[in-house]
Write a protein that binds this ligand. Structure first.
Ligand SMILES: Nc1ncnc2c1ncn2[C@@H]1O[C@H](COP(=O)(O)OP(=O)(O)O)[C@@H](O)[C@H]1O
Ligand SMILES: [Mg+2]
Length: 202
């Protein structure tokens, strides 16, 4: 196995699973909670993460297939998406195409009542098309404010990493093709106004 990524929450390794290249994502033990409670919480998260991914797969959404969930080792084994992160892809040509696909993907998640929770540009992978990964903070919700918060996280990560391109308008115009997007976009406006107001007040 080869370590691909070591984050605060998880370690991501590549290896073989039944002869296929796979991702082994192991959630770290945090250490500061009550150990039994901690074990329970990590398990709950892992179950919920894999349940949400299964739900998306059965709806035909572009997410990595789950090969196995190893509860005792806090590990999800999943399909290796052989591509680059969206963050990287947006630095090349075709950024409009990728933004469009990401907007459609996120609206598809939302239409299935899944809120991603952390849709930054490093939580999408680009191959022939765009895939969503990292469902560690995902929830099942049909709340338009939750959906708007997904949009805000994405737009902020666009802004901080890709300020040279006017991604915002492109992204929102494709998201708004979803028939139920109007209320989400209204909620986004309120969320952003509130954010600016709080900034002003310091
Ligand atoms: N299924 C996958 N296929 C290919 N690369 C992946 C996959 N899952 C994760 N990665 C890589 O590992 C990185 C971290 O994984 P991620 O699930 O986002 O963990 P974290 O919760 O620590 O952010 C991703 O940004 C991506 O580069
Ligand atoms: Mg991530």
């Amino acid at each position: 196995m080869e370590v691909k990524y070591r984050g605060a929450e998880a370690i991501v390794e590549t290896g073989l699973w039944l002869g296929k290249k796979a991702i082994f994502k192991t959630r770290n033990k945090r250490g500061y909670r009550h150990p039994i409670l901690e074990k329970k919480l990590v398990k709950e998260r892992l179950r919920s993460e894999s349940r949400i991914i299964e739900r998306l797969i059965s709806s035909g959404v572009n997410v990595p297939a789950i090969y196995s969930v190893d509860i005792s080792n806090n590990c999800i084994i999943m399909e290796f998406i052989d591509g680059i992160t969206l963050e990287k892809a947006l630095r090349g040509d075709n950024f409009e195409k990728y933004l469009a696909q990401t907007a459609k993907l996120l609206s598809l998640l939302h239409s299935l009542n899944v809120v991603h929770g952390d849709p930054t540009t490093s939580n999408f992978m680009v191959t022939d098309s765009v895939y969503a990964i990292d469902f560690g903070l995902s929830t099942v919700s049909d709340d338009n404010e939750d959906r708007a918060s997904d949009l805000r996280v994405f737009l902020e990560s666009l802004d901080s990493h890709h300020s040279e391109i006017s991604g915002r308008d492109i992204f929102l115009s494709y998201y708004s093709e979803w028939s139920r997007s109007t209320s989400v976009l209204e909620a986004l406006k309120i969320l952003e106004l509130r954010g600016r107001y709080n900034l002003m007040r310091g």
